[in-house]
Ligand binder design. Structure first.
Ligand SMILES: Nc1ncnc2c1ncn2[C@@H]1O[C@H](COP(=O)(O)OP(=O)(O)OP(=O)(O)O)[C@@H](O)[C@H]1O
Ligand SMILES: [Mg+2]
Length: 372
């Protein structure tokens, strides 16, 4: 029994991915396999096998190699970026490269500071603590984490009220790997305690082709070049989606074709699962439709937009918006979200003559791979 069990705290030392899987909605309901098991099987294990994100990979590689040569744990690592781009995969890789065990937990699982104290006090020297969705941790736990990350110490509070005393507890050095889809929501003091921040961006189509070829081989699926290219071009720059679409195209090919993932199978299957030629899925299109048809192209606040499509603001903001903005379908403005000319064009609509979107500057929310 670990210290974690005592407080009912969920902490796992295997490859469980406890993250909230927002991208799952695309084809999950139709997929028969256990997503987690398949995802875990398809994760690259080492940095050298990790295609894409060249900058983050090089930076992280350097940080880990230097730590290995010094013989001490590396700085804490923060990974940010939209769902399905490889944050959890990279966290596992950090532990594998350091040849250290990894403890997996997530922000929402840490409701009380005591939950965090339990897991921190049971860490071994050099262990990797993966904190998924770190932006959803409670304030009290966050403050305890500051101290633990900086001084490798926790203050365990004994008793209540005026008689309560804090007993400092030394911790062996360890490495926190934090993951978040919302780096902007992290308080500055927490962000500052990460020595390295890797911002994951959407993948180039070539990298998705590499990922799909590897996945097809692992799944023992025959896939030709045009078939793979078709899927890669319509996966929203996201490996998780690419892998999932590959499995649906394979299903289609097995039922309706010769079992080979080719262009025809890819087109038929993607049409069946509502993935359009630009790779947009149902939610993406719903957002654009609402923006153009109901709000005349905007600008409109994200919460209003979310209500119009029947989703949580958070889902619209973390799942649909980053890709729509990146592909130039939508712009973020100080007054809300606005449709760009490409959105109108994609929906086959004519923008109003006074369409406001082009007149306002998009908000710059930081570039890729910064040293934190
Ligand atoms: N660079 C990559 N190469 C190959 N496969 C990848 C890569 N990145 C991600 N994947 C695949 O995509 C799946 C999703 O990746 P991962 O779970 O690491 O994403 P995430 O960023 O943690 O997403 P979330 O924010 O939803 O937790 C993985 O199971 C893995 O199979
Ligand atoms: Mg994850």
């Amino acid at each position: 029994m670990t210290a974690g069990d005592a407080s009912g705290f969920r902490s796992e030392v295997h490859e469980a991915d406890g993250s909230w899987d927002a991208t799952a909605r695309v084809v999950d309901a139709e997929g028969g396999e256990d997503e987690r098991v398949v995802e875990a099987a398809l994760r690259p294990r080492r940095l050298a096998d990790f295609p894409g994100q060249p900058r983050v990979r090089d930076q992280l590689g350097l940080v880990l190699e230097a730590a290995r040569r010094r013989g001490s744990p590396p700085d804490h690592v923060l990974l940010s970026g939209p769902p399905g781009l490889g944050k959890t995969t990279l966290a596992m890789i950090v532990a594998a490269e350091l040849e250290r065990p990894i403890r997996v937990t997530s922000g929402p699982a840490i409701q009380h500071a005591g939950d965090l104290a339990a897991v921190l006090s049971s860490l071994d020297e050099g262990e990797v603590l993966f904190l998924d969705e770190i932006h959803r941790m409670s304030r009290a736990a966050e403050e305890m984490l500051y101290l633990a990350m900086e001084d490798f110490r926790v203050d365990v509070v004994v008793g209540k009220g005026p008689g309560a005393t804090a007993i400092p507890l030394e911790l062996p050095p360890f490495t926190v790997v934090g993951a978040t889809t919302r780096a902007g929501l992290l308080p500055a003091p927490l962000r500052d305690r990460f020595g390295f921040t890797g911002h994951l961006d959407f993948y180039a189509t070539d990298d998705l082709v590499t990922i799909l070829r590897r996945s097809a081989a692992l799944l023992d699926v025959e896939a030709d070049d045009p078939g793979v290219a078709e899927i890669a071009g319509r996966s929203r720059g996201t490996p998780r989606i690419a892998n999932r679409l590959l499995r649906r195209v394979r299903d289609w090919a097995q039922v309706h074709g010769e079992g080979v993932v080719d262009r025809h199978a890819a087109r038929e299957a993607l049409a069946l699962f509502d993935v359009d030629t630009a790779g947009l899925d149902r939610l993406d299109r719903a957002v654009l439709e609402a923006l153009c048809r109901r709000f005349g192209g905007g600008p409109v606040g994200v919460s209003t937009l979310a209500v119009a499509v029947g989703e949580e603001s958070d889902t619209v903001e973390t799942v649909a918006e980053p890709y729509l903005v990146r592909e130039g379908f939508m712009v973020r403005t100080p007054r809300g979200r606005a449709a760009s000319p490409r959105a109108w064009q994609h929906l086959g609509l004519t923008p109003p003559v006074d369409a406001p979107a082009q007149a306002v500057l998009p908000i710059d929310d930081g570039g890729p791979g910064r040293l934190g």
